[in-house]
Unconditional design. Structure first.
Length: 329
């Protein structure tokens, strides 16, 4: 005679199966969203791409990859600042795979995925979520500071938005000051009913994270400048405008969470930045090409990072002593 435990699968098995099913569902949803995003972008930019030099597409893509590398380092330093260090290999996987979530409606999905992936890497869910909040805050702060270079373009889009940026910069810098940031983090942990930080965040670690965030925005801006230069020639003023405009545009795209990956918000700022150097129609085409290049680079990096998470490859690339111990994290 069979017992209840023999006739029904254990609860842990059901939970594992449910988790696998949910993971598969999210993965399929992400790639379906990416497919339609690339399809719609290609139909709008194929003419512009045909007019660009091949070297500009390759060079701009390289700078996008470099910018993502800087963003990974910022994420890694944010975790380190919270006394939860994580190897670069794991940090890259958490950040790059998590970024694919932003192609779902509502940019918050990228943060949810990053939190979950960091938890699987051995970081507690509370620490991972807090690191996401810290990184978003520092990334926004650096984007606002770098975005001051693009204020002329933003004034063309919205005077109110430009004034809000000017007002927001000192507020963001104050919030990024370690003693203040520590209080904000502890407040977030209190809401999560978690213990506060054991130590105050240090200027060095926060400064490193903030610096890497700033570098990522500069590299992304160079990517746009290379594309624009292929059409309008190289102009130093254009480089400054591109760096500032892309930082503001991408930052606004993250804050407008109802649009997948901030579609439409970034393009408006980029077109305004490029309009002094070219026709508005060409500027819009380049803004859409920029988004397509970002999409392809992010998908490539995310897929590679996910594949690198396999146990065999991980064991070959990551030394055992460099990993986070999930039992003690």
């Amino acid at each position: 005679m069979s017992t209840p435990s023999d006739s029904s699968p254990p609860q842990s098995t059901n939970k594992a199966l449910l988790g696998k099913a949910l993971q598969l569902l999210v993965t399929v949803a992400i790639f379906v969203a990416i497919f339609f995003a690339v399809k719609s972008q290609w139909s709008q930019v194929k003419g512009t791409i045909a007019d660009l030099d091949w070297w500009s597409l390759i060079a701009s893509g390289i700078f996008v990859f470099l910018g993502m590398g800087a963003a990974v380092r910022a994420w890694q330093h944010a975790l380190g600042a919270l006394e939860h260090p994580i190897p670069a290999f794991d940090a890259a996987r958490c950040y790059l795979v998590g970024q694919l979530g932003k192609y779902l409606p509502g940019s918050v999905w990228a943060f949810v995925l990053q939190t979950e992936l960091a938890r699987r890497a051995g970081v507690s869910r509370a620490a991972a979520f807090t690191a996401v909040l810290v990184t978003v805050g520092l990334s926004t702060t650096s984007a606002l500071v770098v975005g001051l270079l693009g204020l002329p373009a933003l004034f063309q889009v919205s005077t109110l938005a430009a004034i809000l940026v000017i007002v927001a910069v000192p507020i963001a810098l104050i919030c990024a000051y370690p003693p203040i940031l520590t209080k904000l983090v502890n407040f977030a942990l209190k809401l999560l009913r978690k213990a506060p930080l054991a130590k105050q965040l240090t200027m060095r670690k926060i400064g490193l994270a903030l610096g890497w965030c700033g570098l990522s925005w500069v590299l992304y801006g160079v990517h746009l400048w290379i594309l624009a230069s292929s059409s309008a020639g190289f102009h130093l003023g254009g480089l400054v405008q591109c760096i500032g405009a892309l930082a503001l545009g991408m930052c606004a795209g993250v804050l407008v969470i109802v649009a997948p990956s901030g579609i439409g918000v970034r393009e408006a700022v980029v077109v305004a930045a490029l309009s002094p150097f070219m026709d508005a129609g060409v500027a819009l085409g380049l803004a859409l090409v920029s988004r397509l290049v970002f999409t392809l680079c992010e998908v490539s990096a995310g897929v590679i990072a996910a594949a690198a998470g396999s146990r065999v490859l991980r064991n070959a690339l990551v030394h055992e002593h460099s990993r986070v111990d999930a039992t003690t994290a």
